[in-house]
Ligand binder design. Sequence first.
Ligand SMILES: Nc1ncnc2c1ncn2[C@@H]1O[C@H](COP(=O)(O)OP(=O)(O)OP(=O)(O)O)[C@@H](O)[C@H]1O
Ligand SMILES: [Mg+2]
Length: 258
Amino acid sequence: MGMKIAVSGKGGVGKTTLVASLAKVFHDGGQQVIAIDADPDANLASALGFPNASDVVPVREMKKLINERTGSTPETYGKFFKLNPTVSDLPEKLAMEHNGIKLITLGAVTKGGGGCACPENVFLKTLLTHLILQREEVILADMEAGIEHLGRATVQAVDALIVVLEPGMRSIQTLYQVEKLAKDIGMKSIFAVLNKVANERQREVITKELKGISFLGSISYNEGVAESDLMGESVFNSNELLISEAKEIISNLKEELS
Ligand SMILES: Nc1ncnc2c1ncn2[C@@H]1O[C@H](COP(=O)(O)OP(=O)(O)OP(=O)(O)O)[C@@H](O)[C@H]1O
Ligand SMILES: [Mg+2]
């Protein structure tokens, strides 16, 4: 069974950059990878270098599919629909692939409050849960700061919730918030990664604030990351530093979990 990793953190800290880099390293290590974009502002496709990334339609917007699977109709919307739609055939149908890495763009998994039981939310959560519980591949989920999408059902199967930090106390506050949400659903495997590090002092200051949350490593501030974005290439394109730092993070994670 491939590892199941969810990545969270404050807006703009580098979640998508980390997920794309981890996907690359797992793939280069011979593992099958499905990257999942569960951020409302989906841009993992472009970080992975998918051509036509801007044309990707998030699953959330596939109304016909969602209606078919949940039995929801415009007339009964929100009143009658299946809480256990069939999704097991969908990873094959929905995944796009580029350079051997698969991607499923979900879009916002919970909208209108985490508890809103509308067909879209139920459908996307069922699909995400299926990917985490049933698939053999390494699953890497790019999420927002909320982790409501990870229902209690997935807690046992998620090997790691990685919270990305940047050198700033606001990202630490988000870490504590995510940690609290994670504890509420019973998730224990929370780790931190520090991104955009420009010097050793930043690392020292931030790692002191972790209060028992295991630190998996850092990613340097890296001009190449912005350059790839500018050129519309994958974030790890000819970026050996980024790849070696992602490798280190994975190796530390494996050690922590062993
Ligand atoms: N190590 C780095 N060095 C330099 N710039 C970086 C680094 N990591 C990320 N960035 C830049 O910071 C911005 C945010 O990165 P990214 O999109 O990965 O963050 P995010 O947490 O996914 O953001 P969002 O919350 O909007 O989804 C991007 O412009 C990216 O190019
Ligand atoms: Mg992102």
